[in-house]
Design a protein around this ligand. Structure first.
Ligand SMILES: Nc1ncnc2c1ncn2[C@@H]1O[C@H](COP(=O)(O)OP(=O)(O)O)[C@@H](O)[C@H]1O
Ligand SMILES: [Mg+2]
Length: 387
């Protein structure tokens, strides 16, 4: 192909290469990380959970555009480290490349608070549990001013006037009701992964919803949380799945585990809005998992019906790369086939077995609702695939 020179009008004068100011770098990063109020909610709740909170309270005004406040009872931040919390690439979660490769926290990039600060008014009120600091501290993100303030153990981050500095972004926002719905969805994704944490959501001074912490953990806790968040119907129409693939492999602990709940075919929906997938506790959108789950329903779901499920995949953190996308919603598996097979077999096995005969659920004390596999119900040909 002949090489054509671009029209001269496109060739501006050569401009100098300059380093961008910090604020602008953060605003550029914010473009990736913060699409709407729900993105801020996701990041702040991530931080609260990383700080070991057992109660997280979200307060919103005007769909989160006017105010997003996330209050937690986590570890708090030391006064000496407070200014660092808002700096770019400052984090307490990793310190080396090997930490990154085995990261177990939700955050690790150290850029969320800095990014949010560059596009909104941020304040941080926090108190740690040490005798040296008998009160909390309030940090104003814009001025950097720090003052003593009353606070119980934990942190409250307030984000006001989101996108005030980037009106172009603000124009893309939908109605308050839509933005609120996205914020609730963001908390819901966290809530399903952490039944041991209580969540409350307030909007314009009214309590929208709350999910109490479930004391226990494991299957029974998840069942309770699913029932609170998605409704009793979801749980009544779902089968528990627990797939210990390679349970005692040569290298000791199992390499891959898949557990959670999958809705029976009758519970399928017209939209794919109740498909929750988690990798090592992190909500993800992953084609491998979606495809594997979908194919487990292949013989029993017709047309465009969408299965419902909450699937938890656990594997050695070294076998999954979470540093693929700034929002960390995508992951890359070292062995995607292994994950695909695990998820598919887990769902197929659960669907194939009537609940009473399903894999034992040690913590399960709730009587299992009766459900018969479709093959027995209506003579539908339902046969799980062989590996
Ligand atoms: N709610 C919180 N409780 C305790 N510490 C927090 C909280 N939010 C943020 N921090 C601290 O501020 C740091 C920066 O947060 P962030 O910008 O979200 O980056 P990251 O979460 O990737 O480390 C965190 O590493 C953490 O030490
Ligand atoms: Mg974070």
């Amino acid at each position: 192909m002949p090489v054509t020179t671009p029209p001269s009008t496109l060739q501006g004068p050569r401009r100098p290469i300059l380093e961008l100011p910090d604020e602008l770098i953060s605003q550029i990063a914010a473009g990736e990380v913060v699409e709407r109020p729900a993105s801020v909610v996701r990041e702040l709740v991530d931080n609260a959970l990383d700080a070991g909170a057992t109660q997280v309270t979200l307060r919103l005004q005007a769909g989160g555009v006017r105010l997003i406040s996330v209050e937690d009872n986590g570890s708090g931040i030391l006064r000496s480290e407070l200014p660092n919390a808002l700096k770019r690439h400052a984090t307490s979660k990793i310190a080396s490349l090997s930490d990154l490769e085995s990261v177990g926290t939700m955050g690790f990039r150290g850029e969320a608070l800095a990014a949010i600060c560059s596009i909104a008014e941020v304040s941080l009120l926090t108190r740690v549990n040490t005798d040296d600091e008998p009160h909390g501290w309030l940090l104003d993100g814009r001025s950097g001013e720090l003052q003593a303030a009353a606070r119980a153990l934990g942190t409250t981050v307030e984000v006001r006037e989101l996108f005030f500095a980037t009106p172009a972004r603000r124009k893309f926002l939908k109605t308050d009701a839509t933005e609120l719905a996205h914020c609730i969805e963001a908390v819901r994704r966290h809530a399903l992964a952490r039944p041991d944490v209580g969540f409350a959501i307030w909007h314009d001074g009214k309590l929208v919803t709350q999910w109490r912490a479930v004391g226990s953990s494991g299957m029974e806790a998840l069942r309770q949380r699913l029932s609170d968040v998605l409704g009793e119907d979801f749980v009544a129409q779902a089968v528990a799945l627990n797939w210990p693939l390679d349970a005692q492999g040569d290298d000791g602990p199992q390499r891959l585990r898949v557990w959670g709940f999958a809705g029976v075919p009758d519970a399928a929906r017209s939209r794919a809005d109740w498909q929750f997938a988690y990798v090592n506790g992190r909500y993800v959108r992953d084609k491998t998992i979606t495809h594997a789950a979908r194919s487990a329903y292949e013989d029993v779901l017709h047309g465009h019906r969408q299965p419902v499920y909450a699937l938890f995949v656990s594997l050695d953190p070294a076998r999954v790369d979470v540093n693929v996308h700034p929002t960390k919603i995508e992951v890359r598996f070292r062995d995607g086939r292994e994950v695909h097979q695990g998820v598919r077999h887990a769902v197929e096995a659960a669907l194939a077995v009537p609940r009473s005969a399903a894999a034992p659920e040690p913590e399960n004390t709730v009587p299992a609702p009766a459900w018969t596999p479709p093959a027995r119900q209506a003579g539908l040909a339902f046969r799980p695939r062989e590996p």
